[in-house]
Ligand binder design. Structure first.
Ligand code: ARG
Ligand code: ZN
Length: 873
């Protein structure tokens, strides 16, 4: 069954209040719920009330205290229908029993390490009780939890704790009340034996908020960084968006079994513990960044998501794209803006571009779905954030803020839409965003090509910019996008040139706004031919397809006022060389030497910061090269080209890299701050190049660093470098790493990923051996993603082995895991989205594996949906 946006209709009944009572027993949880139901004003009398359920068994039911006759309702695991409900406000009471221990799907109420916890977004609440489980039904919740004090000394739910106490027989209870009406997907409960750290934050209007982070006993110290990030997030949202927190309590709980990153439940965020825990010995700088980023993200949802929520799930991007934009801005303000931008663009290119260019492409606001869980995608999140960023770019900071203010003012308490969001910006600034709005409804990454012409005699520079978007599933014909192109015309001295006049298109200051298929801009009054720097700061999520002269790119790499484009220019040169090589035109010395020199000079610059330099030394990833190549991809050939490019670079600047490596050594005590992390990143980028590029000193440096490392960043970087070229001691170091950290599941994940990534042919057997160990935690999503997810997404060489065994293995895995956890299975299967871009024999092998999986049948809706679309698209 397909659900269409155009079929949206408001509910016939609203739910004013939910009184939920949970009794936690070792082997089951009893849920009693009293719903205050009100028919909508125009609901015809006798309209059945249809509540959602999922795997529920109804134990008792009453309306206004009177048990219901069997003929008055129909209860199946999937729904509860009250045939003729009263035509007035009434109280519906139901009772069900849950078996959280058996809930391996990790949606609804389940148990992780003995702790009861919930995940309701998007449709998990219906696995806890029969309900109108849709985001436009907002209710006030009161939750009473009861449990054996020894089993669950901690009882948490949304909102404020209004009462708690002990009862007979060692039982105790807690009553939580959330004053803010909310959709059921924001409901949460946690019961168990947990440790915690506490702190407090006073909001700008003087509300003192008690903060706590709960975790398994013994891990409390690892929560300090998350707490610090939380307080900084709260302060930032006040400063930057004028948004204050609105309850007296804010709780975070870290759990070990979780299907994704974290969840913004009102006042009770629940996190995958890998996004909470951080200490220098076991967490890398990247882990610290992620903790900070996700803590901020979930906190920011309190306004963009919770106070203002989505009318329906087609609007998911309304909260996710906007909240990702907000967390990106937070990180940019707290750390280096240019570095953050580069990192985000790399993520976009490696995760969203392949999605947008393959069979699973969909608009940021989809208009149909079979399974909404399959739309928590890079398109909705990351491209969604890019759309908000373009809006901010087009409007400018002040007008963007005015639009946000109006959105908050107008829609506080609403379940609303993307249209309403855009309307706030239109009304606040008296602008028309109808054409811009297509970014939300049209899928696909626009390809942009540029050509130029300079007329020496008149000093006129002409720039022709054209866009084209390829068809995507269900959208054969594409319209042009409104595209903000931040730009500069860089003159011979390296500075931006001023022009006298410009004609032929919309230019506003340093912004070209491309509105149609193509525009030719004529700039007059230039004394010399400029080098155009376009899409500064990556001002629109597009692919630039026209090749540019290497000399121009290397000039920009050295001089562009925009750091993003300095980085981009180096990437473009490297990408151009690799693509030409793959097309049978190997690079020559006159090409590689200037690139190597530009890299060395960038790394030695005394105006650029270390974190930026580290990114400059990081060449395009294999996935990015594959995406740029487009068709007939042979991943092994790309890997070979890439390794050769790095080898040729290192053979020229090896000594510079080695000197840099030694210069960046530090004995300072560890701090996760951006400066120190940048220094480590640069040193480790140099090391990675030396090892991957086959420098004779490489393996020794890696091994020495591995053993001497005082923190996980340096240890893992050394190990990854060794593994990336499979140096002689790589296997030994891997074994050592495994034993050094036995008992720490999050470090085990790093080890699993290192085993999944080597591009040599033994990798698959290694993975199979690890998986078949009887002790392997085969129901934990983090473990499965770290091993098989990493293999399917980030080891294209082995996943797409010519013999098809990589594809077969992933399909077998998916079919097995799907029985227990469809979301994990469906996510891993999306690794196949690139299959049509492969060269013919690999393509055939992929298709055969997918068809066999389809034939086997018995798949969950999640996995069947991904499979069908992957094969069709
Ligand atoms: N709303 C959560 C967040 O972005 C994620 C929920 C993911 N849910 C899912 N079914 N994939 O912070
Ligand atoms: Zn989110």
């Amino acid at each position: 069954r397909i659900i269409f946006l155009r079929d949206y209709a408001p509910p016939h009944y609203s739910i004013e209040k939910v009184d939920l009572e949970a009794l936690f027993k070792q082997d089951s949880v009893r849920i009693r719920v009293l719903l205050t139901v009100v028919p909508a004003p125009d609901t015809p009398p006798g309209t059945p009330l249809i509540l959602d359920g999922n795997e529920l068994v109804l134990r008792s039911i009453a309306i206004d205290g009177l048990p219901l006759a069997l003929t008055a309702y129909e209860a199946t695991p999937d729904r509860l229908v009250i045939h003729e409900p009263p035509n007035r406000r009434f109280a519906l009471e139901t009772e069900v029993f849950l078996d959280p221990e058996k809930n391996t799907r990790l949606m609804g109420l389940y148990r992780s390490n003995g702790v009861w916890c919930t995940q309701c977004e998007p449709e998990g609440f219906r696995r806890i009780t029969y309900y109108l489980d849709r985001p436009d039904v907002l209710a006030r919740f009161t939750v009473t939890m009861r449990a054996d004090q020894a089993l669950a000394p901690v009882l948490l739910a949304n909102g404020n704790l209004i009462e708690s106490g002990e009862e007979s027989d060692g039982m105790h209870y807690a009553i939580w009340e959330d004053p803010h009406p909310k959709p059921a997907y924001l409901f949460a409960m946690v019961a168990g034996d947990l440790g915690r750290i506490t702190d407090s934050f006073t909001t700008s209007s003087g509300r003192k908020v008690d903060l706590a982070i709960y975790c398994s006993h013994g891990k409390e110290d690892q929560c300090r960084y998350a707490m610090d990030a939380l307080k900084r997030s709260m302060a930032w949202d006040e400063r930057r968006f004028g948004r204050e927190y609105d309850l007296d309590i804010f709780n975070i709980v870290a759990v070990s079994d979780f299907n994704f990153g974290a969840m913004e439940n009102k006042g009770l965020n629940i996190f995958n513990d890998k996004l909470v825990f951080a200490r220098p010995e076991t967490a890398t700088d990247a882990d610290y960044d992620n903790v900070e980023r996700v803590i901020a993200h979930e906190y920011f949802h309190n306004w963009t998501g919770n106070r203002i929520t989505c009318r329906d799930w087609f609007q998911l991007c309304l909260k996710e794209g906007l909240t990702v934009y907000r967390d990106q801005e937070f990180t940019s303000d707290e750390r280096s803006r240019a570095v953050k931008r580069i990192q985000d663009v790399r993520t976009l290119r490696s995760a969203q571009f392949p999605e947008d260019g393959g069979p699973l492409a969909h608009p940021a606001r989809p208009d149909q779905y079979r399974e909404i869980n399959n739309f928590y995608t890079a398109t909705v999140y990351e491209k969604g954030a890019e759309i908000v960023r373009m809006l901010a770019t087009l409007l400018g900071e002040d007008r963007f803020r005015k639009g946000m203010d109006l959105y908050f003012e107008r829609h506080d308490g609403d379940a609303t839409t993307i249209e309403a969001f855009l309307k706030s910006f239109e009304d606040a600034n008296d602008v028309d965003l109808a054409d811009f709005g297509r970014w939300y409804t049209q899928a696909g990454t626009p390809a942009v090509s540029v050509s130029e012409n300079y007329d020496e005699s008149s000093g006129t520079y002409q720039l022709t910019i054209s866009q084209k978007t390829d068809p995507t599933p269900g959208q054969p014909d594409k319209v042009p996008m409104v595209m903000p192109i931040r730009f500069g015309l860089v003159g011979p001295n390296g500075g931006d040139m001023a022009w006298q006049s410009v004609a032929g298109g919309r230019v506003e200051g340093d912004l070209i706004v491309l509105e149609g298929d193509s525009a030719t801009l004529s700039f007059t009054g230039l004394g010399a031919k400029p080098v155009a720097s376009l899409f500064r700061g990556f001002s629109a999520p597009v692919r630039l397809t026209s090749a540019r002269p290497e000399a121009d790119l290397l000039f920009l790499a050295r001089h562009d006022a925009d750091p993003f484009n300095r980085w981009q220019a180096l990437q473009d040169v490297a990408m151009g060389l690799m693509l030409a090589d793959l097309a049978g035109r190997p690079w020559v010395d006159q090409q590689i030497t200037p690139l190597a020199a530009a890299l060395a000079d960038t790394a030695q610059s005394d105006t650029l910061d270390d974190a930026f330099k580290a990114l400059a030394l990081t060449l395009p990833a294999l996935n990015e090269v594959a995406r740029s190549k487009g068709q007939d991809v042979d991943p092994a050939a790309i890997e070979a080209t890439r390794e050769r490019l790095i080898t040729d670079i290192v053979s020229r600047i090896g000594p510079d890299l080695e000197a840099l490596y030694h210069a960046k050594a530090s004995t300072a005590p560890f701090s996760p701050d951006a400066t120190q992390a940048g220094q480590r990143a640069l040193r480790n980028a140099a090391l990675a190049l030396l090892v991957k590029g086959g420098a004779p000193v490489g393996p020794g440096l890696a091994s020495a660093q591995y053993h001497a490392a005082q923190n996980m960043t340096d240890r893992l970087a050394a190990l990854s470098a060794a593994v990336s070229r499979w140096t002689a001691d790589a296997p030994g170091l891997l074994g050592d790493f495994r034993t050094m950290f036995t008992g720490d599941p999050l470090v085990f994940d790093k080890w699993l990923t290192l085993n999944a990534l080597p591009t040599h042919d033994e990798t698959l057997d290694r993975i199979k051996a690890i998986l078949s160990d009887p002790d392997f935690p085969r129901n934990n999503p983090n473990r499965l993603r770290a091993l098989v997810g990493a293999f399917a997404m980030n080891n294209l060489v082995q996943f797409a082995r010519p013999d098809g065994l990589g594809f077969r293995f992933v399909c077998d895995f998916v079919s097995d895991v799907d029985q227990r956890n469809p979301q994990v299975a469906a996510r891993v299967l999306t690794g196949f989205r690139i299959w049509r871009n492969l060269e013919p024999s690999r393509r055939a092998a992929a298709e055969a594996a997918l068809r066999d999986l389809a034939e086997k049948g018995g798949l969950s809706r999640n996995t069947a949906d991904i499979l069908t679309r992957t094969l069709q698209g």
